[in-house]
Design a protein around this ligand. Sequence first.
Ligand SMILES: Cc1cc2nc3c(=O)[nH]c(=O)nc-3n(C[C@H](O)[C@H](O)[C@H](O)COP(=O)(O)O)c2cc1C
Length: 237
Amino acid sequence: MPRVLIVHYSRSGHTARLAQVLADEMRARGCVVDTEAIRVVRDWNRWLLPIPLLPLLPLLPVYLASARFRSVWHSVYFQPEQAIRPLAHADVSAYDLVLLGTPKWLYLSYPVARWLNTVTGLAGRRVAPFATFCGPPLDVFELDMLFGPLADRLRARGATVVDRLGISSDYHPYFFFGEMRAFFRIVSRLAFGRPLADFTLDGAVGKAAVRRFCAALCPDGVATISRAVALPAIERD
Ligand SMILES: Cc1cc2nc3c(=O)[nH]c(=O)nc-3n(C[C@H](O)[C@H](O)[C@H](O)COP(=O)(O)O)c2cc1C
């Protein structure tokens, strides 16, 4: 039976919930699943977290408009890391598939960036990243901005990225009265004509995305990840 490691970081619980749902679904499909929650040595103050992300903000219109700029930006931007505690699964080479979960902190979260530079055995592994973010699954601002740099880092470690899953948490810690959440709710109506709730784990689109992701990774129940099912690689910008 395929051996799967589901590893995630979660600061406020939403990515942890998605990791649990994926573990249940993959087990129901016959996979042998181990899980690991990445734990930080010390939580950073929430007002300090965005500071390293600020350089992109004045450039955001160019970033959104130009695929060429995005490609250059992803190769040069500063990705912060945060110290993590020793891992239970520090070597992942025994697994057929690794699911790696992160909240979106503009790009990947700082503890997951550190995990990528800590773990061994990624070379030759099949990896499928998953994430939660507040907004709806906007192609550029949410999906490419997170999964592009994440896939680049995984490939640099020799892993093959086989799929990805992005789910809205409909939650944002900024600023004082849920302003960012209100903003993303409006964006969801404008961009997709649907309430943001539809894209969460409890919404129709979110549930369908989880089912598709698990079915793609474990196609016929007790299947066959090790039989090298041809899954589409993530397209780069
Ligand atoms: C520093 C920081 C940056 C964030 N950037 C984004 C973002 O670019 N887009 C977005 O939709 N949500 C963003 N969020 C919101 C989180 O991605 C969202 O709340 C996520 O579901 C939290 O996951 P967790 O509960 O597992 O920590 C950000 C949150 C933080 C703390």
